[in-house]
Write a protein that binds this ligand. Structure first.
Ligand code: ZN
Length: 145
């Protein structure tokens, strides 16, 4: 499915997810749920002056969803809201577009292999869908269905 390096990064991030903690002073908390696989997460955001100052998550899900949330938090931390939204858009294209946009996705490229497995796409995009609601200021449970 994925080449060895990509698989290694996903395994590493699923076993030792980064930014995996609750945040007491979060400005927003959003829950995400992927009923297809059973992935659940709570995303904590601290957005100040339109910048994602801090981001963390807790939850339980498959390796892909956990690794994706871990890499998402790493990618988005310190970015402006607009930068985070642009990243979200590109990540979505990486996984779903017929024609892959070029460009450097950095570590996020590890998920490019997931596009071959439509059922897993929702696992990989769950954290990003949840982030989207968080940045748009919606306080609700996000479902991929
Ligand atoms: Zn999953």
């Amino acid at each position: 499915m994925l080449n060895d390096l990509y698989q290694e990064i996903i395994i590493d991030h699923s076993r030792r997810p980064r930014n995996f903690r609750r945040m007491d002073d979060a400005t927003r908390t959003v829950e995400g749920y992927n009923p297809l696989c059973g992935d659940k997460l709570a995303l904590y955001l601290k957005v100040e002056d339109d910048i994602v100052r801090d981001i963390s998550f807790v939850g339980a899900g498959c390796a892909i969803s956990t690794a994706s949330a871990s890499l998402m938090t790493e990618s988005v931390k310190g970015k402006t809201r607009a930068e985070a939204q642009a990243m979200m858009q590109r990540f979505h294209e990486l996984l779903t577009a017929d024609q892959q946009a070029g460009g450097d996705f950095g570590k996020l490229a590890v998920f490019s292999g997931v596009r071959e497995f439509p059922a897993r796409v929702k696992c990989a995009t769950l954290a990003w869908h949840t982030l989207k609601s968080g940045l748009e200021g919606k306080q609700e449970v996000v479902s991929t269905e």
